[in-house]
Design a protein around this ligand. Structure first.
Ligand code: CP
Length: 342
């Protein structure tokens, strides 16, 4: 396993092939570790992990907390509505308060893009050794979801060795509300970083054409793309056409809470054009796996029966893998301290 160099995990644009390999290799080890009975590994004994979620979550928060407990870390969680944020305390003062209590890792979710990065920059100025893990920021990034989706796909294609090579040359369709999806953005970096080609599909109101250039240059703050040979991104407006060539499909929720205008007026029509069903998959002639990051809108982006069909839909696998992938991230960040790049 190569040396881990990320003090914080803020997005996946800075991840190299070796970084993906390290996370996937360790996730696989943790996934196959018999935690029942003994339950906990002592790897993070004496470390404090604090979850600061300023936006609702079911999966990410609970699985980060479970992952930290499985590694014997102490876990502390923060609820904004009952905190001193309601008295006007700032985000950075809140973060510094948790650092003063001894937090080694702060896991941060916020509805504004770049809040985790801003906190990381402020903490670094104070020379604290505390790491920030981005648990989802606005429309920007959701790195742990991107990594667990990557692992789930690799484990589906090559269960004996779920490493980046398992994704190389695969064609993955991502369909739905790409515009408002930080999951899609993280998956674009992760999948193309492992050599997969991504076919984005959706109406132009939810998938502007500029997304085909999404990984063509690194975002501000990253001078060079750490991946030499990325996969390609293409756009198709017709889902049946996109599915014909696909090795897997990921569907995304319509994120109404992030839409400033009513971009989709007819949900039945949306389901007809972009919804995943058994019938639609059958008509493309292949049995391909379906991923969904959750939470799902049944009957909108996916039919209830397909969502519940565990022989095709990997949503439960994604949730399970989320624990071992987050154990891997926590372990790598906690034990790679002192190596300061982001
Ligand atoms: N996929 C995801 O981020 O789910 P939660 O919002 O429930 O954490």
């Amino acid at each position: 396993m190569s040396k881990w160099k990320h003090k914080h995990i803020l997005d996946l644009a800075s991840f190299s092939l070796e970084d993906y390999s390290s996370v996937m290799e360790l996730s696989h080890r943790f996934r196959n570790q018999p935690l029942k009975g003994v339950r906990k590994l002592p790897a993070l004994q004496g470390r404090l992990v604090s979850t600061l979620f300023f936006e609702p979550s079911t999966r990410t928060r609970s699985s980060f907390e479970l992952a930290a407990k499985n590694l014997s870390a102490d876990v502390q969680s923060f609820t904004p509505s009952t905190s001193s944020i309601s008295k006007g305390e700032s985000l950075i003062d809140t973060a510094l308060t948790y650092v003063a209590m001894g937090a080694d890792i702060l896991i941060v979710r916020h509805n504004c893009a770049n809040v985790p990065e801003q906190l990381a920059n402020e903490l670094d100025k104070t020379k604290t050794n505390t790491s920030i893990l981005n648990a989802g920021d606005g429309l920007h990034s959701h790195p742990s979801q991107g990594l667990l989706d990557l692992y789930t796909l690799a484990n589906h294609f090559k269960p004996e060795q779920p490493l980046p090579i398992a994704l190389s040359g695969k064609r993955i369709v991502i369909v739905g509300d790409i515009l408002h999806s930080r999951v899609a953005r993280s998956n674009l970096w992760a999948l193309t970083g492992c050599g997969a080609d991504v076919i984005l599909c959706g109406p132009s109101s939810l998938l502007p054409s500029c997304f085909s250039e999404f990984v063509s240059s690194p975002p501000p703050g990253i001078s060079n793309d750490p991946v030499v040979n990325r996969g390609q991104i293409s756009i198709k407006r017709d889902l049946d056409e996109a599915l014909c060539d696909a090795d897997a499909v990921m569907t995304l929720r319509l994120q109404k809470e992030r839409m400033h205008e009513n971009l989709i007026t007819d949900l039945r029509r949306y389901h007809y054009e972009y919804g995943l069903t058994h019938e639609r998959l059958k008509s493309c002639g292949k049995k391909i796996p379906v991923l969904h990051p959750g939470p799902a809108n049944r009957g909108v982006e996916i039919s209830s029966s397909l969502l519940e069909d565990r022989s095709i839909c990997l949503i439960e696998e994604q949730v399970k893998n989320g624990i071992s992938v987050r154990m891997a991230i926590l372990y790598l960040v906690a034990t790679g301290k002192g190596l300061t790049s982001k």
